[in-house]
Design a protein around this ligand. Structure first.
Ligand code: GAL
Length: 414
């Protein structure tokens, strides 16, 4: 009896000693490598190490994360998943279905995430009822950015309609300025396309097309009008656009070589990192039309062995949704906090506009997940749409042909 008791006591002592000496560590896979992005991820890295964590950085360059996702697949297939991964939208549930994600419900419950996150966003972080990802921010995708001096010098206002946009772009082009800074990468083509689609289809049409994959909407005259407008915009891009990174396109707006960029508000992170001020050096406006396309960055934890890694995952998840990180990170990143209880007084006018429009769109049913940034559809479907969008952008494909291909691509991907 005494022996059994002694070994039980020893086991408990060992267990608690084990827990006490766990040193949080995390290998973090992400694609935040531009100026503004790197500054933002450094905030997380610092908070992690200030709280005793050891961070191993695994940055995979490439806006939109396509290369990062290929790197992730290779790591998981070789049985060596990273501890924490920048992952979002339905890809979170797809990885959960493969049985490789860790359950972080204990952190979520201890930290009261359900009380501080909007339910529309919390839904993206859940896998069959358990919490499987920690949300970082709310990026808005449907923005137009502009160089304030260039617009003023050419007597141009931020456009309220696509016709106004086209007229402004023609005027700029005649003045020798590149109207639209763009990088020819599939995800950037998709970003411009979905911003135009939101404006022309309206929120209900956007939902039908890119959330519900409704064939009538995908092949409608309005969808043809979306491709028509994208075709016009293709003419506003300079010849060197193929392959250009998005942040280099932002730099063209910054230095006045180009007037506008259509890009999510990570572009604001670039302007801010370069010391530019909204309203003075650069302007922000939502694209013509109604609605709000959201893109929520988040981190999922992969099921890895070792107490140190598990402690690292818990610490990371806790910090990511914590109020101090939410404020400082988002001030740098260009996004707004995902928590509803973080005061916005230190945030700029673009962030305030984003928060107001998000609240209003939430009430009117116009708050929509970005298809181009992997929030609306599973990978096979969004990939099928982007293939058509990018081949239309890079050829002389007609709008009639584009909608036909869109419908066929969706049918094949289901
Ligand atoms: C988005 C991501 C943003 C930003 C952007 C460009 O998909 O959500 O945080 O980094 O790609 O890399």
């Amino acid at each position: 009896m005494k022996n059994t008791l002694t070994s039980a006591v020893c086991a408990v002592a060992l267990l608690s000693a084990g827990a006490a000496i766990a040193e949080p560590k995390a290998e973090v896979l992400h694609w935040w490598t531009s100026g503004g992005e790197a500054k933002s991820v450094a905030v997380l890295q610092k908070e992690f190490s200030d709280n005793g964590g050891t961070w191993t950085d695994m940055p995979v360059a490439g806006g939109g994360g396509d290369s990062a996702m290929s790197a992730l697949r290779a790591r998981v297939l070789s049985g060596n998943a990273p501890t924490a991964v920048q992952l979002k939208g339905p890809a979170i549930q797809e990885w959960h279905e493969e049985g490789v994600l860790a359950d972080i419900s204990s952190v979520a419950e201890a930290e009261g995430w359900a009380e501080v996150l909007p339910s529309s966003i919390a839904g993206h972080m859940k896998c069959e009822g358990t919490w499987c990802a920690a949300p970082v921010n709310v990026h808005r995708v449907d923005w137009i950015w502009a160089n304030a001096d260039v617009l003023e010098a050419n007597d141009i206002q931020m456009p309220n309609t696509w016709d106004e946009f086209n007229a402004a772009a023609e005027k700029l082009q005649a003045a020798g300025i590149i109207p639209l800074a763009h990088g020819g990468q599939a995800w950037q083509d998709a970003t411009v396309f979905e911003a135009v689609a939101l404006g022309i289809l309206g929120p209900d049409g956007f939902r039908k097309a890119f959330v519900e994959l409704d064939e009538d909407t995908l092949t409608s005259d309005k969808m043809k009008a979306v491709f028509d407008q994208v075709r016009i915009m293709r003419g506003f891009v300079d010849p060197n656009f193929p392959g250009r990174d998005w942040n280099l396109a932002t730099a063209m707006v910054m230095n006045g070589e180009a007037a506008f960029q259509i890009m999510g508000d990570w572009a604001k992170g670039e302007f801010l990192a370069a010391g530019k001020t909204p309203g003075e050096d650069f302007l922000c406006a939502s694209v013509p039309g109604e609605g709000f396309l959201y893109n929520v960055d988040s981190f999922a934890m992969f099921d890895v062995d070792g107490e140190d890694s598990k402690a690292g995952q818990e610490l990371l998840a806790k910090l990511i949704v914590g109020p101090s990180f939410q404020k400082v990170f988002n001030l740098n990143k260009g996004s707004i906090p995902v928590r509803t209880d973080v005061p916005l007084d230190e945030f700029d006018s673009c962030a305030h506009l984003s928060a107001q429009d998000m609240a209003a769109s939430g009430e009117s049913g116009a708050l929509l997940p970005s298809y181009a940034h992997g929030m609306a559809l599973r990978g096979a479907q969004s990939g099928a749409i982007t293939d058509v969008v990018t081949s239309h952008f890079n050829s002389d494909m007609s709008s009639d042909e584009a909608v036909k291909q869109l419908a066929a691509a969706i049918a094949n991907s289901l």
